[in-house]
Design a protein around this ligand. Structure first.
Ligand code: GLV
Ligand code: MN
Ligand code: MN
Length: 403
């Protein structure tokens, strides 16, 4: 808990937590994490995209690894556990092995991924996609809100954009990827359980929508003659809400909405907004996304405003591997706890890593299901329970072919 507090101090704003990738705050947090890794008997380095990578060798050097970890970047005005708890607990587990002088028949790597949240460049999972070798080099030209490209940000951080390919790892190097993360939802709390085993990570569709109407004088244009882009967008937001409610377990969010030019006495001539649609079932998510597009298009046609809409990211459901779900469940039982299996509504680095490794996830209860919010809170006892389950999972881990 003290380490989570310490990392939370590395923020772009005082009195709150925002730490985007490749920033000075991200550098300071990375240095701190690498220090803890070295104390725990690991080698530690920054890879070519800015992930923190720690390694604890097994019985002999160079063995394939069980990869653990989570991310070190945050959303804006974030909580202090989303991401960080998984990195801190994994280091704690290695520290326990190191203190006992134990080496296992495999190496352990702990990753602190950069840019899982996608806050800086508007695209998620950058660190884990680079590690999986699936990061599209075209993204190097993606810009942050100040117009700085990812390539420039990498250079400013002391990294060479031409070398991001060297962050890629191969399937043979990883025995599995297991991530501990706060639940970010209310299920475990409602059931009085400190931990849960994740079955799958819900998929998502993301869209960017832009509406063009006609800007005009707020005092002179009669209501019937207006082409108000923001009023159209407002109807669209409600259509998004309705479309999600029409499919079981689909959720949809307009998280960003902008009116242009944005003045009290000007009818908005433009409106831009984002849509994020998620579900534990790809068919239902795609149906809801299609319905959203259809309704938005008919609202805009009826109101006589122009519409441009594009899907910016599409990610199917990521299943956790049954054998890792079972190994994690056994570790939960081994700690005397009831096993609760549940899907993850939030995205995680495992979505990217699934192309090179089987993945598993362990959730730790959080207070009131609140996350992506400075009020995010967990109990120390739950963090300890999560770390103990993770340690047991590591100690009992055997590669898939030896299950
Ligand atoms: C990441 O936290 C996401 O699910 O958006
Ligand atoms: Mn998050
Ligand atoms: Mn997270």
């Amino acid at each position: 808990m003290a380490r989570a507090d310490e990392l939370a101090a590395h923020s772009e704003q005082p009195g709150g937590l925002t730490r985007v990738s490749l920033s000075p705050e991200y550098r300071a947090a990375s240095e701190r994490v690498m220090g803890w890794m070295r104390e725990a008997g690991m080698t530690a380095r920054l890879d070519a995209i800015g992930n923190v990578a720690g390694r604890y060798e097994g019985e002999r050097a160079g063995l394939p690894c069980l990869m653990l970890g989570s991310h070190l970047d945050t959303v804006r005005d974030a909580g202090r556990y989303d991401g960080m708890l998984g990195v801190i607990c994994a280091i704690e587990c290695v520290q326990a092995l190191h203190s006992a002088g134990r080496r296992l028949p495999f190496a352990i790597e702990v990753l602190g991924f950069t840019d899982e949240e996608g806050v800086r460049f508007g695209v998620t999972l950058l660190g884990s996609r680079a590690l999986a070798g699936t990061l599209d080099p075209a993204l190097l030209e993606a810009k942050d809100r100040n117009g700085m490209t990812m390539a420039e940000a990498l250079r400013g951080f002391g990294l060479d954009p031409a070398r991001i390919g060297t962050a890629a790892r191969s399937r043979g190097e990883l025995l599995a990827y297991a991530e501990l993360h706060i639940e970010q939802g209310p299920v475990l709390e409602a059931e009085g359980l400190p931990v849960g085993v994740v079955t799958a990570i819900n998929g998502y569709t993301r869209m960017r929508v832009s509406i063009e109407g006609t800007a005009g004088h707020a005092g002179t244009v009669p209501m019937a003659l207006r082409r108000d882009a923001l009023a159209a967008a407002a109807e669209c937001v409600l259509a998004v809400e309705r479309a999600a409610a029409s499919e079981p377990e689909v959720v949809a969010t307009v998280g960003r909405l902008e009116a242009l030019p944005g003045a009290i006495n000007v009818i908005p001539g433009g409106a831009r907004f984002t849509v994020d649609v998620r579900a534990p079932d790809d068919a239902r998510r795609l149906r809801a996304a299609a319905r959203i597009e259809k309704e938005i298009s008919s609202i805009c046609a009826r109101r006589g405003v122009a519409l441009a809409s594009e899907r910016t990211q599409e990610q199917g459901v990521t299943a956790c591997s049954p054998w890792l779900i079972e190994r994690l469940a056994r570790a939960v039982e081994g700690e005397g706890l009831r096993v609760r299996r549940l899907p993850s509504g939030a995205g995680h680095d495992g979505m990217a890593l699934q192309t090179i490794a089987d993945i598993g996830m362990l959730f730790v209860r959080c207070a009131n299901g609140i996350s992506h919010n400075p009020a995010e809170a967990i109990r120390a006892a739950d963090a300890a329970a999560g770390a103990r389950v993770l340690l047991r999972f590591i100690e009992e881990f055997r590669p898939r072919e030896l299950q």
